[in-house]
Ligand binder design. Sequence first.
Ligand SMILES: [Mg+2]
Length: 243
Amino acid sequence: MTEIKVISFDAEGTLVTPDFSQAMWQEAIPALYAQKHGLDPAQARKAIIDKYAEIGDQRLEWYDIRYWFGSLGLGAPEPVIQSCLDKAGYYPEVNGLLSSLSDKYELVVASGTPIELLRCLLRDIEFYFSHIFSSISQYRQVKSPEFYRAICQEMGVAPHQVVHVGDNFQFDFLVPKEVGIHAFYLDRSGKGLKGDPCPPYPLSGEGQKERGPTLPHPLSGEGREGSLADLNQLKSHLCWHDS
Ligand SMILES: [Mg+2]
């Protein structure tokens, strides 16, 4: 029987709500850009959004706040980060879930967010984690197969002893699955995916109403058929049906 030793979480959109990112990338940065360059705020916002889209999330620059502040001529990012930190928050189930899981598993974060932002975002829950990995800052890559292999090696565990949970279908599900990690896709949009190869997690369906509170949206992924006893237990925790 496979023994799960580590549960790895993505950060933004999985543990951390999008409010901080929204405030910084969509509001504060465009507002500062407009101010610095004497532009109309709405025009500046559109220009910035277009620039984000030109780069796209497959390139390292997308995640690199210093790249953006440098290329947009905005000075140092720290004051803007600080001004948005009051927006940083966690999904309601996160503290209870981490507290419950930390009794039995080693918990880590595996994120594409730069480490300086990650430390700020995780400041109230950081004590739950033995490692906080930033693929961008520590490995200079997006969450690739090499990144997941490297963090397993650093933790001294095999990929099949790790569960990873996250809200990005490519970086949190397909990629970790490729290296043998048990991956769960957390669909916080609740919309599912076009041609979704992973039907919604069983406990997120009709039956869950009688079970009490659950994660707010379906959780689906590898191993959901329950071939691993420990994974079944994890699923129960993740579905949070006995809070
Ligand atoms: Mg995410």
